[in-house]
Design a protein around this ligand. Structure first.
Ligand code: ADP
Length: 438
């Protein structure tokens, strides 16, 4: 599921940025190709103007000059002196020249059909100014596109008529080369974008993936915890049908007990779900923490004594300012910690509950001399359903107590941790924010 989302996000991000890149590239290509075409045309018109001016100034027209001019710009020129064609470089055996002449003829015929008949005339006697030479775009029989211009030069003895044909094949090649370059750059950019977004979305989805994994583990653990009391209830129901009346109160008692276990587990899971989706709220009041600590110690003293443990409370001598907290929830935290301390401390051990106040926080410690917690487990005991000894599955221990305590303390903007008791055992320390001194 997440793999599909990852792939979809990668494709979406690559597609979106690739689209922007494509639009910008197409715009650039359009402008660039337009400029290339314009400058190609301008260069043809300029060259033609300069050739015309040279021919206007010279008395004798040199075929070598015309051949050189043609070669330089890749043009084909046709000149008529007072109506008679001026031939140069023509060689009946030369196929290129034959082709050149036939293309010029073809271009002239096409020009005659599309031009409006007005002729551009250059006159050496008139002041020097560059006329705009009309240029036509013709597609000739060889399939190439050509620029074609025709103009007359007014000489003293008459008119010199020039036609110029320019093959745009080199322009087309440059444009195609530029398009190919952009295509390869574009493909490269798309590959880089895909790899970049693949890594980025993978990184962004990591917390979601971890969360999903935790949820799956949570559901699996919850189902496992619920299955045990449920199967006990079902076997009691089966027994109820077959057993005599005297057995019924005992079976009903077991069913009630298992039902209570399930209810407690569901309540604890609902509380954690509330902290997860932020529907869990605190009812804060000003609480005298020393009184609360004493009351809790008193409440658990009997339970500790029954297990052969001593439970004492240590309070500061000075009067403490009240703590703004949810009394019921803090009592719940203390119950979890004291209950654990009693459960995990063997007979003869001691448990101490103490309260102190440093500058910015109240600190409460639950110190036991019990079995202690390994360093590797210390990092994990606040995780949901985590028990250091998996084989120990007492009904009152689901492995949720410390995660609930941690969520409650977090909601109070306090902290909770576990350290070793110096002579063996565990010490749970939690803090609550203290009011700022005036
Ligand atoms: P549980 O309901 O199983 O006690 P908790 O979340 O309260 O669940 O505790 C998680 C685990 O941490 C326990 O299973 C136990 O292994 C360990 N633990 C908690 N408190 C103590 C303690 N005071 N001494 C030793 N181990 C403890």
């Amino acid at each position: 599921m997440l793999k599909k989302i990852h792939l979809k996000l990668t494709i979406l991000c690559t597609g979106a940025t690739g689209m922007i890149f494509l639009v910008m590239s197409l715009l650039y290509l359009y402008v660039s190709e337009k400029n290339m075409t314009q400058s190609y045309l301008a260069s043809f018109q300029n060259d033609l103007y300069h050739i015309s001016n040279t021919l206007l100034d010279t008395e004798v027209i040199s075929p070598r000059y015309l051949s050189a001019a043609e070669k330089q710009g890749n043009y084909m020129l046709s000149i008529e002196d007072n109506g008679s064609p001026l031939l140069y470089g023509t060689n009946a055996g030369n196929f290129r020249q034959q082709k050149r002449l036939s293309l010029l003829d073809e271009a002239k015929k096409q020009y005659d059909t599309i031009s409006d008949g007005t002729e551009t005339v250059l006159d050496s006697k008139k002041p020097y100014e560059q006329p705009s030479i009309p240029t036509y775009r013709l597609i000739l029989s060889d399939g190439h596109t050509y620029y074609f211009s025709s103009l007359s030069l007014a000489k003293e003895y008459g008119f010199l008529h020039i036609c110029a044909l320019c093959d745009t094949a080199s322009l087309k090649t440059s444009i195609q080369r530029q398009r190919l370059l952009f295509l390869s750059i574009g493909t490269g950019v798309l590959v880089v974008l895909y790899l970049f977004f693949y890594g980025l979305t993978k990184h962004l989805l990591k917390p979601v993936q971890e969360n999903q994994k935790k949820q799956i583990e949570f559901v699996a653990s919850a189902s496992h915890e619920l299955r045990t009391p449920l199967s006990v209830i079902f076997s009691c129901i089966n027994l109820l049908a077959d057993s005599n009346h005297s057995e019924h109160p005992r079976l009903l008692g077991i069913m009630r007990q298992e039902g209570d276990t399930m209810k407690r587990l569901i309540d604890e899971m609902l509380l954690l779900a509330g902290t997860d989706n932020h529907t869990f709220s605190l009812e804060k009041t000003e609480v005298e923490l020393d009184t609360l600590v004493l009351n809790c110690a008193e409440a658990f003293e009997m339970m500790a004594r029954e297990k052969g443990l001593t439970l004492s409370a240590g309070l500061p001598e000075s009067v403490l300012a009240p703590c703004l907290c949810d009394e019921t929830r803090i009592k719940q935290v203390l119950s979890i910690l004291l209950h654990n301390a009693i459960s995990y401390t063997p007979k003869g051990g001691s448990i101490t509950l103490s309260l102190s106040h440093t500058g910015t926080v109240f600190e409460i410690r639950v110190v036991d001399t019990g079995i202690g917690i390994l360093d590797a487990d210390k990092k994990r005991i606040f995780e949901r359903f985590y028990r250091t000894d998996k084989s120990r599955s007492q009904k009152e221990h689901f492995g949720l107590g410390l995660s609930i305590a941690s969520e409650i303390i977090k909601a109070h903007k306090g902290s909770i941790r576990v350290i070793d008791t110096p002579k063996g055992g565990s010490t749970f320390v939690f803090t609550l924010p203290a009011p700022k001194p005036h």
